[in-house]
Write a protein that binds this ligand. Structure first.
Ligand SMILES: Cc1cc2nc3c(=O)[nH]c(=O)nc-3n(C[C@H](O)[C@H](O)[C@H](O)COP(=O)(O)OP(=O)(O)OC[C@H]3O[C@@H](n4cnc5c(N)ncnc54)[C@H](O)[C@@H]3O)c2cc1C
Length: 404
């Protein structure tokens, strides 16, 4: 009778445990969770609604969703992808809805439906859960295929298979025991954060939303598009979170101090912007610039951008000289601000980095240096932008690691 341990009772851990017990009903499958309850992160995910996956309809290249791990996810999706996750939950009675933005939520709009489904399915399958078990280290038992797992303040235990699903952590120290076993660890750094912008006039625009904007970090390849939100501390919204994900490692290296260029109109072709402004000026020569907003920009933002362009609000469109027009185009399409730090609100925080994909077998997720040891979920060097992609990675990798 095989003895299987899953370390960490999160999304990946539950999927790994349920899969392992379903594939090997005679095996003893136990989830060991450090905390006093399981699935805490699923509970808070998606603002308590749990954005459990995505339709992937807007993802042409997986790299845009998974800045780390796209290649591996592509391979694993052949076995278990978003359609399988969707079906898995619906087959177990959780009705799902796909929003217009392609994000998938339980129809109840309550993450508890997902938690209940996972705990109930695990229990029914015969998976045991041991709370207050914090793994400290693992070693190979001499002259045996077994692994010995040590827990804080508990007696060590031996297993035939161990699946590590301890989630992300911005501290590499927690993964030291894996380094001792010979695994490579990609330095963990935060991803999915907002930007502090220390400019009073900018932050006074708090609450302003621009639906279609783009951001980039000058002299790098990092750019993102989407909605932008200005907050009292700086920049937030999907475009910001996406850029923080793409540039997670770069920004960490820069100590979160960098320039960010805002394209308020999400149009990189300045000629098109110029044509649109000229058309507006020709149609409304007598109107004051402040009263006629191009590109549907919110009025407070438009006033701010005029100020930044050095254009008086009372100026008429016909009075805009070439120089002012070009300055305005520059501000609309390449408005430079200074990132002064990382926002401290941990709204959608995930870890970039973790167990290197070079240390694992891409077909089974078994360690290349320690047989019988497997990995799934955010502990791996896989992370995604917001939209349900992170949980999808947890479900898929949990499923694969749990296989016989
Ligand atoms: C606020 C917030 C909202 C989010 N919303 C979404 C969303 O809507 N959609 C989405 O796709 N993603 C979302 N994410 C990301 C997503 O929740 C995670 O990527 C996902 O939960 C990772 O699953 P996991 O099982 O790998 O890790 P976790 O869910 O973090 O589970 C790891 C478990 O291991 C336990 N553990 C850790 N160390 C040990 C140890 N040494 N011994 C024993 N147990 C241990 C932890 O206590 C935890 O229970 C959100 C993240 C946050 C923080």
């Amino acid at each position: 009778m095989r003895n299987i341990a899953i370390i960490g009772g999160g999304a990946a851990g539950f999927f790994a445990a349920i899969t392992a017990k379903t594939e090997e009903p005679e095996a003893v499958v136990t989830i060991f969770e450090r905390a006093g309850r399981v699935l805490a992160k699923v509970g808070v995910s998606g603002g308590g609604r749990c954005n459990l996956t995505n339709s992937f309809a807007e993802i042409a290249d997986l790299k845009t969703a998974y800045p780390r791990g796209a290649q591996l996810m592509k391979r694993l999706f052949k076995t278990f992808d978003y359609r399988d996750v969707y079906k898995w939950f619906e087959d177990r009675g959780v009705k799902l809805v796909t929003q217009a933005d392609e994000c998938v939520f339980p129809r109840s709009q309550d993450s508890q439906s997902i938690i209940d489904c996972l705990t109930h399915t695990a229990q029914k399958a015969g998976v045991s859960v041991c709370l207050h078990h914090a793994l400290t280290s693992i070693s190979k038992v001499e002259d045996s295929e077994q692994l010995e797992v040590r827990f804080k303040d508990k007696a060590p235990r031996r297993f035939d298979k161990v699946i590590i699903t301890t989630g992300g952590s911005p501290r590499a120290a927690g993964l030291e025991y894996l380094v001792h076993l010979g695994h490579k660890i990609e330095q963990p750094v935060p991803s999915l954060f907002t930007f502090n912008i220390k400019e009073k006039a900018f932050c006074n625009l708090m609450g302003t939303v621009v639906e279609h904007a783009s951001l980039s970090i000058p002299a790098t390849k990092f750019r993102s598009t989407g909605a932008l939100l200005i907050t009292h501390w700086g920049l937030s919204g999907p475009a910001t979170l996406k850029l923080s994900s793409y540039a997670a490692r770069y920004l960490a290296e820069q100590d979160y101090k960098a320039q960010v260029a805002v394209n308020w109109v999400n149009e990189r072709n300045v000629q098109i912007v110029e044509e649109q402004l000229m058309a507006l000026a020709l149609k409304n020569p007598k109107k004051q610039v402040a009263t006629l907003r191009p590109f549907d920009l919110p009025s407070r933002l438009w006033e701010y951008l005029l100020q930044r362009s050095g254009i008086a609000e009372t100026k008429r469109w016909e009075e805009l000289g070439k120089k002012s027009l070009h300055k305005l185009i520059e501000v609309l399409t390449n408005d430079m601000h200074t990132i002064a730090g990382k926002g401290s609100f941990r709204e959608e925080f995930v870890t970039c980095g973790g167990v290197s994909l070079k240390s694992i077998n891409p077909n089974t997720l078994e360690s290349k240096v320690c047989s019988g040891l497997y990995f799934a979920g955010e502990v791996l060097d896989i992370d995604a932008i917001t939209g349900g992609f992170n949980l999808q990675a947890a479900w898929t990798t949990g499923r694969i690691a749990g296989k016989k």
